[in-house]
Design a protein around this ligand. Structure first.
Ligand SMILES: C[S@@+](CC[C@H](N)C(=O)[O-])C[C@H]1O[C@@H](n2cnc3c(N)ncnc32)[C@H](O)[C@@H]1O
Length: 238
């Protein structure tokens, strides 16, 4: 049975630096003070510091194992907490919520409370950039054992990670993630829910929270959003 720390250590191996990270890095480097909500292992802010960002960088995440990895990087504030728990007031030019972290907000109440806290954290005119998978592209239909990924784990073992969708109820997809040694000696199954807000519902929540949508893209190349786009990438202004 793998530990929480091992599962967190696999995270960056399974999802190495990609186009989406470059998209956010451009925004981060242009902002003086940045808040990364659901920062995970902290790769984005770490890269920003390495690239010469000299301003304030703060990452927040409720998962202690992810934070333990993030805290290896100095000169960045790493905080334990959820989006909704944040009490920052007018302190940041930019907030980001990347790696589909926004989709872990399942209930309307949590979406509202999280957006309210993010808005409060931003200075007037500050921007919130985040993405959520476009439900019309139905990504969950490809989350099955035939599309399992195999990687070399940092502890020197070959592991396989696969997903099974258990239910789709409204816009919430419930699934399991199975991490197993390819030789079959160890296995761990985690359960998770992910919400796929459609573009109109998302706009409604943002407007209600007091955000104005400045730009919306469907791909990391900044192509305009269209119904077949894989992502809904939003830059909203307080
Ligand atoms: C898919 S990971 C994305 C991590 C990171 N942003 C990235 O791009 O690699 C989702 C992250 O959201 C965090 N998370 C879960 N619930 C949260 C909440 N209510 N508020 C903020 N972050 C949350 C998880 O602990 C996890 O690290």
């Amino acid at each position: 049975m793998y530990t929480d720390d091992q599962i967190a250590a696999l995270y960056d191996v399974l999802g190495p630096w990609a186009k989406s990270d470059d998209f956010y890095l451009d925004l981060v480097m242009d902002a003086q003070s940045v808040l990364d909500v659901g920062c995970g292992t902290g790769m984005q802010l770490h890269r920003a510091r390495e690239a010469g960002h000299t301003g304030r960088l703060v990452g927040i995440d409720p998962d202690p194992s992810m934070l333990r990895i993030a805290r290896r990087y100095p000169d960045i504030d790493w905080l334990d907490g959820t989006a909704a728990s944040m009490t920052f007031a007018g302190e940041f030019d930019l907030a980001i919520m990347m790696g589909h972290a926004f989709q872990v907000l399942i209930t309307d109440d949590d979406v509202r409370a999280s957006l309210a806290a993010i808005k409060r954290a931003l200075a007037p005119g500050g921007r919130f950039a985040f993405e959520t998978r476009n439900p019309l592209a139905r990504a969950w239909e490809r989350w099955n054992p035939e599309n399992a990924t195999e990687v070399d784990a940092p502890w020197g073992e070959r592991v396989r990670v696969s997903h099974v969708v258990k239910s789709v109820t409204g816009d919430v997809v419930s699934m399991t993630e199975t991490t197993s040694a390819v030789d079959g000696t160890s296995e761990r199954v985690d359960h998770g829910d992910i919400r796929f807000l459609d573009i109109d519902s998302l706009a409604g929540f943002l407007e209600e929270a007091g955000f104005e949508i400045e730009a919306q893209y469907g791909t990391w190349d900044r192509a305009a959003f269209e119904p077949s786009s894989p992502e809904i990438i939003t830059i909203a202004r307080r």
